[in-house]
Structure formats: C-alpha cells, structure tokens
Design a protein around this ligand. Structure first.
Ligand SMILES: Nc1ncnc2c1ncn2[C@@H]1O[C@H](COP(=O)(O)OP(=O)(O)OP(=O)(O)O)[C@@H](O)[C@H]1O
Ligand SMILES: [Mg+2]
Length: 235
C-alpha cells in the first residue's frame, strides 16, 4: 500500500493570459499511493483541473518532476505518453463527454481502438463486462440522450474502465448530478476502489469528499493535506 503510483515534486505550471503570467501550480509536491481514494478540494480557479490534467498526461508541467507508475514522464515521447495514459488511466468528467451520435456500445469501443494490445474479437466481451459492472447491461444500444444524467455518468465510468486501468481520475464526477445519482456514482467509485483501483476525485461536494480516505486542498498554487479538523469541517 506504500508505493506511490503518482509522485509530483517541485511541479510548476503557468498560463499566459491578457493579464500576464498566471502561476497556477507552484512547486507542488504531491503523491498518491496505490489503492487510495483521494479527494482534492479548492476554490474555482485554484488549479484543480490543471493539476489533474498533468497527472492524467493530458497536459505538461513547465518544470518539476512527475513519476507515473515509476515512469519519469519528462523522459517520454508523446507516443510513449499516450501508451502510458491508455494503460494506466481512466478519465471521468463532469459533463460525461460521451459522443452523442454513437450508441453506448460504440462509445465504449472508442478507447479500445486506441489500444493495440486488445484484439478486436474481444471488444464485445469487454463492453458487456464493463456495462455489467456499472449495472447498465441493457443499455448497450441506447444513445446518450436516451439515458439519465446518472446513467450517462455510469457509461462514462464504464468507458474509463474498459482498458482496465489501475487509476481513475475524476474531475467533478457528480457536478451535474442530483443527490441520488451522485450517491450511486460514489458507491460505484468506492466499489472500484475496494477492488484495488486508485481513485482521485476533484470535487466541491463535501459528501463526495467524505467517501474518500484522504483529502487535499489547493490554495495559492500549493497542494496541502487537509487536517482531520479541516476535513471534518469541510464534510
Ligand atoms: N488553457 C488555459 N489557458 C489559460 N489559462 C488557463 C487555462 N487552463 C486553465 N487556466 C487558468 O488556470 C487557473 C486554474 O484553472 P483550473 O481549470 O485548473 O481551475 P479549477 O480549480 O479546476 O476551477 P473550477 O473549480 O472552476 O473547475 C484559472 O485561473 C484558469 O483561468
Ligand atoms: Mg476544474
């Protein structure tokens, strides 16, 4: 349980905008360990999505080090980064990001097509497996618009699982859901964590943070562990 699967040291990220240089992440040191379920809280604009994008290899830091599953990402080519991302990371976003003119089954096949190690003959078995895992085995031929928000998010979680990643990164996964659907999604993510997945969740919702074993906050560009008192206060 003590192996860090994601380890950031001295990480910096800035954006240039009309007002000048916006130094969003400042010398960030942050580790996530195998099998943890972790919440990251922070005000709007504090850099939560920026941090997660870097951790999920969708963006790069300006300086500092990031080790993902013992790989120094600074030394890898874009192609190697995409292989690493596909192997280790599943993404869940606030607005589901499903493709509207594809059925549920077709949406789930998209990451498989980018993963050369999975044979085409296995696609349907994989799709049926993940749909069963999220309790939507009867929705394979539905289009996203024919599903509720909670069901769409469960399809998105199924899509995150389809390449059997060990890490699931969630950016406000319950942000567009009512409390019942939010509870269902959190139960599902907690179950995946109990099965061994490392889960990292950005949230504004104290009830979501309460499902996690640890919480961190981003403030003034720094990531800090929340004390038991702060965590209790937040939840
Ligand atoms: N591509 C970009 N170009 C310029 N500035 C950006 C870019 N992405 C993010 N920023 C800026 O970086 C800061 C952090 O943004 P980020 O999206 O990480 O915040 P957040 O904590 O996720 O906020 P929210 O809770 O509203 O989603 C903001 O000031 C934002 O304007
Ligand atoms: Mg954000």
């Amino acid at each position: 349980m003590n192996d860090s699967v994601m380890k950031l040291t001295g990480l910096n990220k800035s954006f240039i905008n009309g007002a000048g240089n916006n130094h969003v992440l400042k010398q960030v040191d942050f580790s996530v360990y195998s099998g943890e379920m972790v919440a990251i809280l922070g005000q709007s604009g504090s850099g939560k999505s920026t941090l997660l994008s870097i951790m999920g290899l969708l963006d790069k830091a300006d300086s500092g080090q990031y080790f993902l599953c013992d790989h120094d990402v600074n030394t890898l080519s874009d192609y190697q980064l995409s292989l690493l991302r596909n192997k280790h990371i599943g993404w869940v976003f606030q607005n589901f990001n499903l493709i509207a003119d594809m059925t549920v089954g077709e949406n789930l096949s998209v990451p498989l097509r980018f993963n050369k190690s999975i044979s085409r003959v296995d696609y349907e078995v994989r799709i049926d497996d993940v749909l069963r895992q999220v309790g939507l085995q009867d929705k394979k031929l539905f289009y996203p618009a024919e599903l509720s928000g909670g069901q769409q998010q469960r399809v998105a979680i199924a899509r995150a699982l389809i390449c059997q990643p060990d890490i699931i990164l969630c950016d406000e996964p319950t942000g567009n859901l009512d409390s019942t659907n939010s509870d269902n999604v959190m139960e599902l993510l907690s179950a995946l964590n109990r099965e061994g997945k490392t889960v990292l969740i950005i949230t504004h919702d104290p009830a979501v943070a309460a499902c996690c074993q640890k919480a961190y906050k981003i403030h003034d560009g720094e990531v800090a562990s929340m004390s038991p008192m702060e965590f209790k206060h937040a939840v």
